[in-house]
Design a protein around this ligand. Structure first.
Ligand code: NAD
Length: 293
């Protein structure tokens, strides 16, 4: 039977964390948002406020709804601050060692009946679950970016995830107004298993000189009716996240077709991670994005 979720913890207040906090607060849940960086927490609260305002302008929500949603969100720099949450969603950086350390510290104070979820884009849910004290109450809840706009959430059961946890997660996601695609626990799940090799191939197309940034993005927007070009989308996702997902696919499926493009590696090494660092396949520091190749 599904458990009642009232209070949701969100670990990591980056682009996904602030979006998840946003939709949870609008869904009527109390939210505790955590980050190691006080500056990131402050920025996240400002982003949530700005995105709620945008929804008012589009007449999706009212001013009253915004006030109520903001009042439901509190911020904390410690994992102890999440101890009484019914569900905690981890959405820190896509690095397995960071996530494992978070789960280790979190489980030491989190109430035993609480469910723990990860928003990982690619890492094995079974393996992450095994690093906690509650593999049966661990699940993958994978939101899409930008969270307030995208309709889909993937649910991924680890080998030990019990039926009650799955049913609770389903009810929670439904209450957020999102559609669910259930994926088996294999590297990168469904959406990113298909999407990331396409993005990686677009980067190879650039690397091999088949087309420049502008040509590649225009080709896929006008030639395949994609709303965003693959390189623009890579910048939007974050090039570090794209590289991590390709590495998980490459290692997890042991197939050379998933080899991350050396040019993607180079951009990440330069710290050109896309929109979030204002430079990636495009330079966002001026009025208009300018291709960097
Ligand atoms: P991001 O870089 O925008 O944010 C990560 C945040 O985690 C930062 O604010 C950082 O300070 C914080 N953080 C790092 N270590 C922490 C710790 N120990 N405790 C608490 N906070 C910590 O990254 P993002 O794009 O929001 O991605 C977060 C997760 O969501 C990743 O696992 C990623 O794979 C997944 N995801 C990303 C997308 C996407 O399109 N970007 C989509 C779906 C899922």
């Amino acid at each position: 039977m599904a458990a009642a979720i009232k209070k949701v913890g969100v670990i990591g207040s980056g682009q996904m964390g602030n979006g998840i906090a946003h939709v949870c607060a609008l869904g009527g849940f109390d939210v505790v948002l955590n980050d190691v960086s006080a500056d990131r927490l402050k920025a996240a609260m400002a982003t949530i406020n700005g995105n709620l305002s945008r929804q008012i302008a589009k007449k999706i929500i009212t001013e009253d709804t915004r006030k109520q949603a903001l009042a439901r969100i509190t911020a904390t720099e410690t994992l102890e601050g999440l101890a009484d949450c019914d569900l905690v969603i981890e959405t820190a950086v896509e690095k397995e060692d960071v996530k494992r350390k978070i789960f280790h510290e979190l489980c030491a104070t989190l109430k035993p009946e609480a469910i723990v979820a990860s928003n990982t884009s690619s890492i094995s849910i079974t393996r992450l679950a095994a690093s906690t004290d509650r593999p049966e109450r661990f699940i993958g809840i994978h939101f899409m970016n930008p969270v307030p706009v995208m309709e889909l959430v993937e649910l991924i059961r680890g080998i030990a995830t019990d039926d009650a946890t799955f049913e609770t997660a389903k009810a929670f996601v439904t209450k957020l107004g999102k559609q669910i695609a259930v994926s088996e626990d294999f590297p990168a799940f469904i959406v990113n298993r298909i999407l990331l090799p396409m993005i990686n191939e677009a980067i190879y197309t650039l690397y091999e000189g088949v087309g420049n940034v502008e040509a590649i993005d225009m080709a896929m927007k006008l030639g395949a009716h994609h709303p965003m070009g693959p390189l623009e989308l890579a910048d939007f996702i974050g090039l570090d996240t794209c590289l991590s997902i390709m590495q998980v696919l490459h290692e997890g499926l042991a197939d050379s077709k998933y080899r991350p493009c050396p040019l993607l590696v180079k951009y990440v090494e330069a710290g050109w991670l896309g929109r979030k660092t204002h430079r990636g396949f495009y330079d966002y520091r001026g009025d208009k994005p300018v291709p960097t190749r």
